[in-house]
Ligand binder design. Structure first.
Ligand code: NAP
Length: 280
């Protein structure tokens, strides 16, 4: 039977998710359809009730609805509750269950592309927004030694650290403190929006004090190589962009809906083709 899946966000016009998920359905010979719905925040409750009434089989949730959607769902899984946001909803026999695949998407991409084992790693997350929360809560449970968070607004970093029940060593830092302490970390992750198209000449922090043999990640994927990653590469770091995270969070959502894991390399290629000339 053909089923409907979707994405709710505001705006969603430029989302890569429809092209990626529709290709995954074709890969498995499924007739299902994935559609992006532009839902104004004032209509969020009606949209979710409507999804349920129409029997939509599952949907993704993106900015600005990841937190507010939670109150309209029937159940929230443990990790999504810990993160405090939902990006994937499964309709299980008329009950809407909320999950979060963003953090796990990042961690899977990191292990796949840059660092097979995270045991005893010292990590710096720059930024303390929604994406940082998901990444922090997932990394906190992965055997790392410490995760510090640097943010312009320090109290947001403190909130993430105090909301986490895992006993991982952590402290909050200002962006200036982080710049001076870079040599203390094995992995540095930019989760701020600084450097994203069209502001491609901006960096969240200076990398002047970056030590040797570091892994530097940026969860931005447009451009594929931000100025932050370019500077890190010049200093000999192994770099990782946000494409892997985006593709893995989608693959994990697909797996929740279908019980099958799609081909990651094919998904990356589809997004790369779609980004085409827009990347810098
Ligand atoms: P968010 O919740 O709005 O958080 C934004 C973060 O960036 C906050 O820490 C904010 O600091 C910081 N920031 C923004 N402008 C700044 C500035 N001018 N100076 C210093 N700090 C600034 O956003 P989000 O949902 O976490 O998303 C963040 C980025 O990740 C976006 O670029 C998004 O596209 C990307 N992302 C990628 C994926 C993927 O799959 N690859 C998934 C999710 C998000 P304050 O707290 O001080 O405001």
């Amino acid at each position: 039977m053909q089923k409907l899946y979707g994405l709710i966000g505001y705006p969603v016009e430029h989302s890569m998710s429809p092209i990626m998920h529709n290709a995954c359905f074709r890969e498995f010979g499924m007739m299902h359809v994935y559609h992006a719905f532009n839902v104004h925040p004032d209509h969020l409750e009606k949209a979710i009730v409507g999804m349920k009434a129409l029997g939509v089989a599952g949907f993704n949730v993106t900015i600005p609805h990841k937190i507010n959607c939670m109150k309209y769902l029937d159940k929230i899984d443990e990790l999504a509750m810990k993160i405090g946001a939902v990006n994937t909803v499964v309709n299980e026999n008329g009950k809407l269950i909320g999950y979060n695949t963003d953090g796990l998407g990042f961690v899977k991409a990191l292990k796949d592309e840059a660092c097979e084992t995270l045991t005893n790693k010292k990590i710096l997350i720059i930024g303390a927004g929604g994406a940082a929360r998901g990444i922090y809560m997932t990394l906190a449970d992965s055997g790392v030694e410490r995760i510090d968070i640097a943010n312009r607004t320090i109290h947001r970093a403190d909130e993430i650290i105090s909301d986490c029940s895992d006993s991982v060593q952590s402290t909050s830092l200002s962006l200036q403190q982080a710049e001076c302490a870079l040599k203390n970390y094995d992995i540095i992750i930019n989760t701020t929006s600084i450097g994203m198209y069209p502001h491609i000449n901006e960096m969240p922090i200076s990398l002047d004090h970056l030590g040797e043999k570091k892994i530097v990640c940026d969860i931005i994927y447009n451009p594929l190589e931000t100025k932050f990653l370019k500077e890190a590469k010049k200093r000999g770091a192994l770099i990782q962009n946000g494409l892997g995270m985006f593709v893995y969070q989608g693959a994990l959502a697909f797996e929740k809906w279908q019980g099958k894991f799609p081909n990651i390399d094919d998904m990356k290629q589809i997004v790369l083709d779609k980004l085409g000339g827009k990347t810098c």
